[in-house]
Design a binder for this molecule. Sequence first.
Ligand SMILES: [Zn+2]
Length: 449
Amino acid sequence: MTDRALVAVMLGRFVRARWGFRFRTRARFEAWQRRRIRSFLRRIPAAPFYRSDGSRMRLDQLPIVDKSTLLERFDELNTRGVRLVDALDVALEAERSRDFAPLVDGDLTVGLSSGTSGRRGAFLVSPRERMLWAGTILARVLDHRALGQLLRPWESPLRIAFFLRAGGNLYESVASSRIRFAFHDLTQPFDGHVAALDGAVARGVGPDVLVAPASVLDALARRALDGSLGIRPGLVVSVAEVLEPETAGRVKAAWGVSTRQVYQATEGLLGVSCADGALHLNEESVFVEREWLDAEHTHFAPVVTDFDRRTQIIARYRLDDVLRVDPAAPERCACGRVTAVLAAIDGRADAVLRLPGTDGLTVVEVFPDAVRRAMALNSDGYADWRIRQTGLDVRVSLADAAPDAPARVASVLRDLLSTYGCMASVVEEPWATPDPAAKVRRIVREDVS
Ligand SMILES: [Zn+2]
């Protein structure tokens, strides 16, 4: 594809994602989505993994795959014959050198999924797919004011400060004379970034848009509130981590704006919040099947089919995430969209505590939203928290805890666990300063088997 054709792909998607994709009813939307899935199914035999299935197949006849399938059959799951070793070589070299330009097979970028549990997954993205992504994200994230600034050539370019742990190559694909990115590599010391932001403000080129993982937004908002950081972003976007209500509140207090949320995994762009604050699944590109985790059908693991992708086929891929929906949510959001709205992204599957029931027979699952609500009750008593389950122990550590906070927190957690009817002991652990380059995961179940 030529550069001009790629820009056309991006603009086309931008226009559709911003003003198009409007459906009068959910049923009409689903009919449109079924057509997109049918044409996706006609294309996927280009990947050897799906070749033998022929062209008659239905989506629900395809096997459900996960990260281990992806790694074991990587070479057959992409349509360009890229081998896993070559993709990993490029990606690991990029992470080591912090130069995220390298490509595999001429023009493909490689993303690595987080390696918090086991091996890391590798994902190939073509230039066309990057442009579709860029068009969608710009259309869905930029508010009216930011978009106006972007489109009016006599105004200064839109300045976006971007805090990332890994490659910015995906994001650089949207850079232009109207959009300037300042990348802040989170493996570098945080104070250096704060100084760089203040330096930009002093030169009159402070960021209009701030994009960062939730924990970094929280740290920046704290600095803004205590007067040690002078940026005034008009748009704040949370990526890559669970956005806690406390962080959204702090951002609002610091800069007077609501935090937009992007649910982006290496596997794809899975959700974006709308102007009305609802976090919509990105069902215009991804078909999401729900594997329910509870009898009430409020928590599920998503099984995703990304029908925009043609290079690495993501079909019925089970993600290691726990998503929550409100069964009473209306079919149509206030913003006019009929795509599904998430009540929250609760975190990874191993953020669900699994403890034996007091009856000694059952295993009780305690979902992260319940734990977060319990922790919020005493949040005036500490600056941050982590919970780690090992065996029958629920280990709590608190940062900068007030003298009585550990006892208050332990008592609330014991109440929670007894309400759920499970056996566990709550253990206090000293706070360990987290690695700023690591993704923040407040709740983790460590399997000891
Ligand atoms: Zn909405």
